[in-house]
Design a protein around this ligand. Sequence first.
Ligand SMILES: Cc1cc2nc3c(=O)[nH]c(=O)nc-3n(C[C@H](O)[C@H](O)[C@H](O)COP(=O)(O)OP(=O)(O)OC[C@H]3O[C@@H](n4cnc5c(N)ncnc54)[C@H](O)[C@@H]3O)c2cc1C
Length: 476
Amino acid sequence: MAGTKRVCIVGGGSSGLTSIKACLEEGLEPVCFEKTDQLGGLWRYRDDDSDGLASVMRSTIINSSKEMSAYSDFPPPKEFPNYMHNSYMIRYIEMYAEKFDLGQHIRYRHEILKVVENHDFDETGRWKVTIRDIDKNISFDDVYDGVMVYLSTRRGCWIIHRVGPNGMPFDATFLKRSWNTIWRSIPYSLLCYLSENYINNRFNHEIYQIKPKHRIFGQHPMVNDALPNRILSGTVELKGNIKAFTEKGVIFEEEEEEREADVIILATGYKIQFPFIDEKILSIENNNVDLYKYVIPPKLKHPSLAFIALAQPVGALFPIGEIQARWFALLMSKKAKLPPFGDMMADIKKKRADMAKRYFESPRNTIQIDWIPYMDEVSSLINAKPKLFNILLTDPGFFWHCVFGPCLPYQYRLNGPHPWPDARKTIMTYKDRVHYALKTRYSSRTKEVVQSPGFLKLVTSFLFLILLAFILSVLF
Ligand SMILES: Cc1cc2nc3c(=O)[nH]c(=O)nc-3n(C[C@H](O)[C@H](O)[C@H](O)COP(=O)(O)OP(=O)(O)OC[C@H]3O[C@@H](n4cnc5c(N)ncnc54)[C@H](O)[C@@H]3O)c2cc1C
């Protein structure tokens, strides 16, 4: 493979795997280093507590539904539950690796210790990577054309639930292009007011003493179905901050009495860190990172280093990592280009300013993105954003699904590099798979799914267009 660019991928988690695939699609040579002996990253549940290794808990269930969390050309099996337990999630990741034969590109029990610019970086953009073979306990250097890095990531909060209207997955109900257009057209305070009312209809955050000071879109929401039920039945009690730790327990603020505790869990969040990358390349202050589109350090002379899935979307992270990896693979194969340094910095500053207006200042709120706008933004850099106007003219029924149905990751394989021929069919049959997972009674699996009538879809589309025209005429 003389002349083929070699890309070093740090970590064999869900982002590392989709990065391997994106490199293969672009004719690059990926070499992925994983410090454990298995792929899957934090979705591989570990009983033991190993330093520096993230793991889900035994009971963790994904909080983004399976169709919204899918890789864009590989839907999870229809039998898998809509919100997968981590044992299903890891199986899905393994199936993705098996289907595209990604495992052969991973070197297990190899840890990346350092990534520095190679002596010829200015001319070539290459990186010198120091790797430790854990079993042999030896370190060695190797040179790569590009490097892709994985992500590892007191007040009240707004709680959204997995079960949405009609019992359908909540994220699939609201992450729709139609809603997105309306949300972006109405004033922010009205949007918050309507959404908070909707959420409070399930349980009143004020009465449950969990209402935060910030508005609903001012912080990443929490997804939990059990908490209100637990509070209502008295098995969970809300308290304020911890004032002091005592020998046997804690004292909460506004209380004098000591409360005994068997176990204290510090769920205090994540710190963004890349110890193997020099601060000159990426400085991180209070979790603030200067990355163009949250992926590329803009100061580098060559765009040959990428941070994949270093973002916090209201929605699933897997498709975000995938679209970022596809973009970076195109940058490496010189089929995509970055704008000038000044434009990239202006984009970073604008994003930071927009975030400051909406989110309260906290190390937690530094990499926030909105799912549909961000996916559209990055996909448009590689021409993979769905061409909705063309779809409207040539395939109106399908347009309805793209705009009024959930914005499924498969939309980003309709056009652009490496499209997936089954993307349209997979979008059209989304409901079948959601319903199928619920049909666990033997006889029900043979019955047809009831689709909503075409006439209703036509009326809904018409009403939406009138509403949109009204909003636009009021605003402009
Ligand atoms: C509890 C929890 C629940 C979540 N739930 C969801 C959800 O419902 N939906 C969603 O979309 N996202 C969710 N996320 C976000 C999650 O980060 C992503 O889903 C995804 O796992 C990120 O994958 P990754 O490959 O970037 O990182 P990881 O899964 O953390 O994988 C990183 C890999 O890199 C390896 N590694 C680390 N350092 C080195 C090194 N120096 N050298 C070599 N290898 C190294 C690690 O061993 C690991 O295998 C959740 C996160 C957590 C913590």
